[in-house]
Ligand binder design. Structure first.
Ligand SMILES: CC(C)(COP(=O)(O)OP(=O)(O)OC[C@H]1O[C@@H](n2cnc3c(N)ncnc32)[C@H](O)[C@@H]1OP(=O)(O)O)[C@@H](O)C(=O)NCCC(=O)NCCS
Length: 162
């Protein structure tokens, strides 16, 4: 797996790199996860993803980890399992950069389609996925916990052309 310089953003900010997630990253990953999601993954889930050799990536600037993405790929299909940008870094194009990277990882694992689930109430994520070309392919009733009980998931997919 390679490490990449994704971009050098506007003056006054540091450049952003993406690299494979390590076990040593789990504290920082979990901190970002807990601040970004109302129902975050536990460190154990991230450890399981690393053990399963899923595509586990982190975004970092010169100072700290600022995002993470996890994807599983097998039998020609990829599933985006997590995509997260640190709360105080959202809205600056990093989510799109990370998603584009995860899509490239799916292609390099020879997936021909990539699936994901998203809460319909997650406006930022839905707009990002819509704008990247993901389409609705189903709905999972009561898939997510929420404050009132549960929320359906939109199941989305995008074909990956060679
Ligand atoms: C969803 C998430 C990954 C997007 O990352 P981000 O860095 O904030 O998004 P970007 O700045 O790259 O924006 C990409 C697109 O998302 C959409 N978007 C981002 N923030 C938005 C907002 N507040 N409202 C509506 N759309 C928004 C826009 O379509 C945007 O494209 P544009 O800038 O060309 O209009 C990020 O908000 C996040 O980590 N949220 C918490 C975790 C989460 O919900 N993950 C997704 C689980 S399915």
């Amino acid at each position: 797996m390679t490490e990449s310089l994704l971009h050098a953003p506007a003056a006054g900010t540091t450049s952003v790199r993406i690299r494979p997630m390590l076990m040593a990253d789990l504290a920082a990953v979990t901190r970002n996860e807990t601040r970004a999601y109302a129902f975050p993954w536990s460190p154990g889930i991230f450890a399981d993803c690393l053990a399963a050799e899923h595509e586990c990536w982190v975004l970092q600037d010169d100072e700290e980890l600022i995002g993470h993405g996890i994807l599983s790929a097998a039998a020609g299909e990829a599933h985006l399992l997590n995509l997260c940008v640190a709360r105080d870094r959202q809205g600056r194009g990093l989510g799109r950069l990370l998603l584009e990277w995860m899509v490239e990882r799916a292609r390099s694992r020879r997936a021909t389609v990539i699936f994901l689930e998203v809460r319909p109430s997650n406006r930022a994520a839905c707009q990002l996925y819509d704008s990247m070309g993901f389409c609705d392919v189903g709905r999972r009733p009561g898939y997510y916990p929420d404050a009132r009980g549960s929320e359906d998931a939109r199941v989305m997919a995008m074909e990956l052309l060679p």
